[in-house]
Structures are given as C-alpha cells and as structure tokens.
Design a binder for this molecule. Structure first.
Ligand SMILES: [Zn+2]
Length: 376
C-alpha cells in the first residue's frame, strides 16, 4: 500500500515537472515572439532600406562628393494622442511603434537631418498647458536623436488649430519647443529649405496670417537676391542682403498645395480607392488656389513636401514643379506608415533622387521618382 502511494507521488511529480517544462517552453516562445515583433522586426525591415545613389552627370569639373550630399528623412502626421480623446492603451501602442521605427531608422540609416511635416500632436489645438507639457515630454523621448542628426518640425493644424481656432498663444508655445512660427529658411550643404506655416495662409489678413506672409515675402526676397547676385545682376534692393547658395529652395509645409482630389494619386501608399475621388476643400484639406499660386510665385521651388492627407501622392504643379505628399508615420492612421529618404545635393552637375523607404512591416517597396535637374 505504502509503495503504491509513493509510486503515485513520483508519477504526480513527473507529471508536474512535464507540465512545468511545457509551460516554461511556451513562455520562452512567447517572450521570443514578443522580442521579435516588438523590437527586432523594425531592424529586419528598415535594414532593407538604402539611400539612393547620387547620380553625377557627365561634367566632372565639380568637386561634388558624397561628403557634400545631405541625407534627409521626411515624416509627417505623427498625431501623438492627447488626454481628451486618446485611450491610454492606444497611446502606448502607437507611441511604442513610432518610437521603435524612428530609433531604428536613426541607428541604421544615420540621416543628417529629419523633418516632421506637422501634426506632431493630435490635441495641440485644444490641450491645457499641463497636457501640452506632457505631450511634449513624450515627443522628446520618442524622437530623441544624437547630436549629429538635426530634427526640424513644421507646424500643422492639430498642433495649433485650424485657422479659425489658431491663436498667438498656441503658436508661441509651439515656437518655444520647436523654434518655428511664421516661416523659416535653413541652409544645409548648399541646399535651401523653406519651412512654411501653411495654417496661416488663409489670406484674410489675420494677425498671425499677416506675420506669416510678411516673413515668407522676406525669405523670397533673400533667395531672389542670392540668385541675382550669383548671375552678377546688380539690384539696389538687394544691397546688404545676406548671400545664400543660389539654388531654388525645397518647400516644407503641412497642407499640400491646391489639388482637386487624390484621384490621380497612385501606388500602395496612396489613399484608399473609395477616398480618392472625394473633392478636397480649400483651406481645409489643401491650401487655397490663391495661397498655392503665391508660394509658387514667391519661391519657384524645385520640390514641395507636404503632409496632412495621411496618404502619399505625387503631383506636378505648372507642369514642372513636383510635390510629394508624405503619408502618416502613425499606424493609427494607416496600415503601412512610411517615411521618405531623400539624398539631396546642390551642384550644376548633380541630380536629385528620391527614394521612398517603406516599412509597412509586411513588405517593402522602393520606387524611384523621376529625377529633377538641380541646375541653378
Ligand atoms: Zn493636418
């Protein structure tokens, strides 16, 4: 009897050991899957993205080298959720995804500069000062970057409100964090970037709008003078104006220039078929025709990059000026968030090449956009 009891005891222990072993294996598997899906997969996908090769044309007189090429990354519409409409779990999930994607891209691709094209926050338009401070703290943690990489942010309607709800107070608190209000010109490696406050281009003469227009006109004057000086054209109005590289600028803004809809947009990053034919509202989905014409007229940009629509699109304005709408970087807004990797250089013999680094985590695709000559 005693022997049977001890046999039963041993069997029970063996059974428990077996179950424990199975559970341990299961736990290990779950941990490994989690590590892969939440951490390693970002490396696996982004590792496959490469900067495009710079095409140097026939003339070899220029001393253009890879050292004078700027590696720029563009992303948009991160929409960090706020305290009013954001559920904590949704927030945690989306912010983890964006943080991992961004940090992995930084470590593997080592861009010189990163631009975020607006709508960094979802509730900047109405958040209390405390909620704003909390959103900013999370943003700075997610988008932390080494000193060698610059991070520049353009303002969007969710950061300061649509035109009718935009106030100087909201603009000032945005400017305090991102050093951007009406417009800004930055020059890196001979390339001029004009960052535009497109929310303030309603043209109704509101205080913020007037300041933004005045600033943009000033920047346009500066760029025009630089081009005239390069061509040895003397102009009295240009005396004393700081000389910049005489290249046409790249415009960076939140709202796209006016276009009727996304009907012409193609590719898997473009809007869903059922959304493509919905007409865009001026001053809401896209800039007004008037504001769009003004920007083209003031700057004669070589390229425009915009956000806001959450989907990608390539448009040609006036038959020659390309605009690229950058899709949202948040998985909340689309299933294949992406960013743009753009090698940019200035020189008479150099061409600009664009490469879309897509990291949908399901597949990856690169497409080359027709090169645009950057000859001055
Ligand atoms: Zn927007």
């Amino acid at each position: 009897m005693a022997m049977m009891r001890s046999d039963l005891g041993i069997m029970k222990i063996l059974h428990l050991k077996k179950r424990g072993c199975f559970l341990l294996k299961l736990l290990c598997l779950v941990v490994l899957v989690l590590i892969f899906c939440e951490f390693l997969v970002y490396y696996v996908v982004i590792f496959q993205c490469h900067w495009p090769e710079v095409k140097i044309e026939a003339h070899r007189s220029s001393k253009q080298s890879s050292a004078s090429v700027l590696k720029a990354m563009f992303l948009s519409d991160t929409h960090l959720l706020g305290e009013i409409k954001g559920h904590w779990l949704d927030k945690l999930r989306r912010e983890w995804q964006m943080e991992r994607a961004f940090q992995t891209a930084l470590s593997l691709l080592e861009p010189d500069i990163v631009f975020i094209l607006g709508d960094v926050f979802d509730e900047g338009k109405w958040s209390s000062s405390q909620a704003w401070a909390d959103d900013v703290r999370r943003f700075q943690k997610m988008f932390r970057h080494p000193v060698r990489t610059e991070l520049m942010v353009v303002v969007g309607n969710h950061d300061i409100g649509f035109h009718y709800e935009m106030t100087t107070y909201k603009l000032k608190r945005f400017a305090k964090v991102f050093n951007f209000t009406s417009g800004k010109l930055i020059t890196r490696k001979g390339v001029n970037f004009v960052m535009v406050n497109s929310v303030a281009l309603d043209g109704d003469g509101c205080a913020v709008c007037s300041r933004a227009e005045a600033k943009l006109m000033k920047l346009s004057h500066k760029l025009n003078c630089s081009q005239q000086q390069e061509q040895n054209h003397s102009n009295k109005r240009c005396s004393g104006v700081e000389q910049l590289p005489a290249s046409e600028p790249i415009l960076l803004q939140h709202y796209p220039l006016y276009r009727r809809s996304d009907a012409e947009c193609t590719g898997e990053d473009s809007a869903l078929p059922e959304e493509k034919n919905i007409p865009f509202k001026e001053k809401y989905d896209v800039l007004s025709r008037e504001a769009s014409q003004k920007l083209l007229w003031w700057f004669h940009p070589r390229l425009i990059l915009s956000g806001h629509t959450h989907s990608a699109c390539e448009v040609l304005h006036n038959g020659k000026i390309p605009e690229i709408s950058v899709p949202s970087f948040s998985w909340r807004n689309r299933n294949n968030p992406s960013f743009i990797m753009h090698l940019v250089a200035w020189g008479k013999e150099t061409q600009i090449s664009l490469l879309f680094g897509l990291h949908s985590l399901v597949h990856r695709q690169q497409h080359q956009v027709p090169s645009q000559s950057m000859a001055a």
